[in-house]
Write a protein that binds this ligand. Structure first.
Ligand code: F6R
Length: 364
């Protein structure tokens, strides 16, 4: 049941802290505080590349994974949505690792893309919530997202569980490749273990996010902006808004705005920005200033460290808890998912069963 929540989506949003914690428990040895993976079908020290494929939100999780794997583990990553990957016959480097991400384990395009990677000789690592699914049966190794059943059609907790697995995978590959020493691993593991309590804190901002939703609910179009690993979070936020509130939303890398979408900006097109403190903060802030100078209404998600400078230019600012920059995408995701939920409530749409959508897309 819904445990007293109004919708499964609301209940599942509230499960973020639990699910992140359960997934970490599966992947981190509490005694050594090291990431421990099952036997891998490739040698992580010498694997030359990874090819990631997935659909929808799972694909956006993969984009975050790509930023992490390339930056922290220095592993080159190809990534594509499954419906493209399966037909475009990309040249795959022999010995590469195929990585699939799926909540259901049954998505037709992802399953077909997986088979094409296998046919090209790639071993398959799947990040799955349904551990007894078609994809699970055909994978060489499965890393489970311990999210429990997800009933709401719009994915919430499965997404942060996917990010949790990808973060642990990044640490293990970085260690094997020698790009992360023991101290570095300890720092990133501490950041991950800190997440469940920080994720729970996001829910203390419910009133502020509801207030932000009143502006979003009046719009016909919304722009989502982010940089670095905040860019796929913007994509996730925009998808969630479209899915359940039927408001058109588009995500852009903040630096791309001046190459086109800035022409859209006026008071009727609010901008939702993910702008956590960190190395990209100043760059993102200056993009937001440009938008504001053109009359855009800025709705920003930052953290304690960015709060002062963001609230100086934004109409509304949500100050999420400050976490290690590595794990900011998880905290920011919870913020933008709640915003979509609150907006859909104001619009009066069917939150758990949005029109035209199915939970598991088993047709091409
Ligand atoms: C978004 C959403 C979809 C799924 C996509 C992949 O909220 O739910 O975009 O993420 O259909 O589904 P799975 O993960 O089951 O392969």
């Amino acid at each position: 049941g819904k445990d007293g929540y109004r919708h499964y989506m609301e209940k599942e949003l509230h499960e973020h802290p639990l699910v992140i914690g359960q997934t970490l428990q599966r992947m981190i040895d509490p005694a050594t505080r090291k990431v421990v993976l099952p036997d891998m079908p490739v040698d992580l020290a010498t694997v030359p590349r990874a090819a990631i494929t997935a659909c929808g939100s799972a694909f956006y999780a993969g984009v975050v994974g790509r930023y992490w794997l390339e930056e922290i583990a220095r592993l080159p990553v190809d990534i594509d949505v499954a419906s493209e990957m399966r037909y475009r016959n990309p040249p795959l480097t022999p010995g590469s690792l195929g990585i699939l991400i799926s909540q259901s384990g049954e998505t037709a395009d992802t399953l077909a893309a997986m088979r094409s990677l296998k046919q090209a000789g790639l071993p398959i690592l799947s990040i799955l919530n349904a551990e007894h699914s078609s994809m699970a049966r055909e994978s060489d190794v499965v890393l489970g997202t311990v999210a429990g059943p997800e009933i709401s059609v719009a994915s919430t907790k499965a997404f942060t569980a996917q990010l949790t697995v990808l973060a642990c995978l990044t640490i293990a590959i970085a260690r094997a490749r020698g790009t992360l020493d023991a101290l570095g691993e300890e720092e990133l593991v501490t950041a991950l273990l800190d997440l469940p309590s920080k994720a729970a804190e996001v829910f203390t901002h419910g009133d502020a996010i509801r207030k932000m939703a009143t502006i979003v609910a009046e719009a016909r179009d919304v722009l989502y902006l982010g940089r670095g690993s905040g860019y796929p979070v913007a994509m996730e936020g925009a998808l969630k808004l479209k899915e359940i509130s039927y408001i058109h939303a588009e995500a852009y890398a903040a630096g791309e705005m001046k190459h086109g979408p800035i022409s859209l900006i006026d008071r009727t097109v609010p901008i939702v920005a993910t702008v956590p403190s960190g190395v990209l903060f100043d760059k993102t802030l200056s993009n937001l200033q440009e938008a504001r100078a053109r009359g855009g209404r800025l709705l920003a998600f930052t953290d304690d460290e960015g709060a002062e400078r963001v609230s100086a230019i934004a109409e509304q600012t949500i100050v999420l808890p400050k976490v290690h920059p590595f794990v900011t995408p998880l905290i920011q995701t919870i913020g933008v998912q709640i915003l979509a939920y609150e907006t859909a409530l104001l619009k009066g749409t069917d939150v758990d069963q949005p029109r035209n959508l199915a939970k598991s897309v088993t047709v091409e």
